[in-house]
Design a protein around this ligand. Structure first.
Ligand SMILES: [Zn+2]
Length: 338
């Protein structure tokens, strides 16, 4: 919960967090090391100095550390745990759903778990998706189109196999499809994260929401022009947001374009924990104002109303979170303890 100077409470849902194991013990080969090292470079280059972590903490943190960083030191009220497998790089997967489930069991009122699928897994993958949907009551999945699998270095959402999985997701009531689009991570290919294929599936699957994580950066224009036409395409601000510290002018450009094209109802905050932490991200975001020339040129404003929507209200709508009820649940253990 973030409180403004006037005492107004802002309910925060973090749309993009990870409980990963990138440790050397879990790395299958050099690519596992390259991947976590590249994440660490994002962390090192875009975080304020006082929030830098030692490499060891970054590679693998425990549940309590994550909980405290998000909800005690940070301003998150709830967080969505995204599952990412990268099974060709990591022995037990980078961030598998069982690991996320352990976190959810420890802090049931805090987390929403999302699954994952990979259309290249065929029938076996469809069975797994059905089983996961039932066991974890999935309302969302995270897709990673640049993931390597055997000889393949990625897939497209427009592949016939992807269509089969999206049809199945719709049948299973999994309506939020988070897709990592944009920022590449060594050794994956930038073009396998190209946002272009979102256009087609968003039109074909009107009952699904496509939350495009990282807004397709560096292809911001492509993303904006697609998301403007497609009513069911949203932008996830993970990776875009931390530029608020090192490159505030660049961030002003990105967020003003997003507000101009998509509007404040279609943007979702995400910390991308453990790459970055909510405490400093949200403090800087709440304090941020668009430079006059940018506001004048685009005609948009990053008002308190817009910030509230981005930080929590939009995600609450997509995930059917009743904020009043949720606040009461989160207060209950505190009341019982006093
Ligand atoms: Zn991502």
């Amino acid at each position: 919960m973030f409180k403004t100077k006037d005492g107004e409470e802002i309910f925060v849902i973090d749309g993009h967090t990870h409980f990963w194991d990138g440790s050397p013990q879990n790395q299958k080969n050099v690519h596992g090391k390259q991947f976590i090292d590249c994440f660490y470079a994002y962390h090192s280059n875009l975080s304020p100095k006082e929030w830098l972590w030692p490499k060891e903490k970054f590679e693998k943190y425990d549940a309590q550390t994550m909980h405290d960083d998000l909800f005690v030191h940070g301003y998150d009220d709830m967080a969505i745990l995204q599952s990412t497998y990268l099974s060709d790089f990591y022995k037990k997967g980078f961030n598998n759903i069982e690991r996320n489930y352990a976190m959810k069991k420890a802090y049931p009122n805090r987390f929403i778990i999302n699954g994952a699928f990979d259309p290249r897994d065929g029938e076996r993958g469809l069975d797994q998706l059905r089983a996961d949907a039932e066991k974890y009551h999935l309302k969302g999945v995270k897709l990673y189109t640049a993931e390597w699998k055997g000889d393949s270095k990625g897939y497209k959402l427009t592949d016939p196999a992807s269509y089969r999985f999206l049809e199945e997701a719709e049948k299973l009531g999994i309506k939020n499809i988070h897709v990592h689009k944009g920022p590449t991570i060594l050794p994956l290919n930038r073009d396998a994260f190209d946002v272009a294929d979102v256009d087609d599936v968003a039109t074909s699957f009107q009952n699904l929401n496509f939350i495009i994580e990282h807004c397709g950066l560096p292809r911001l224009d492509d993303f904006c022009w697609i998301a403007t036409q497609e009513t069911n395409v949203y932008g996830g601000l993970a990776v875009a947001l931390p530029f608020i510290h090192t490159r505030p002018g660049y961030f002003a450009h990105v967020i003003s374009e997003l507000l101009f094209w998509l509007g404040e109802d279609k943007l979702l905050y995400g910390s991308d924990y453990g790459i970055w932490t909510p405490k400093w991200l949200i403090e800087k975001f709440m304090a941020f104002e668009l430079p006059d020339d940018v506001a004048r040129e685009t005609g948009v404003s990053l008002s308190l109303t817009a910030k509230k929507k981005i930080l929590g209200l939009n995600a609450a709508r997509l995930y059917d979170v009743d904020i009043t009820a949720q606040k009461q649940k989160l207060m209950a253990p505190l009341a019982a303890a006093s």
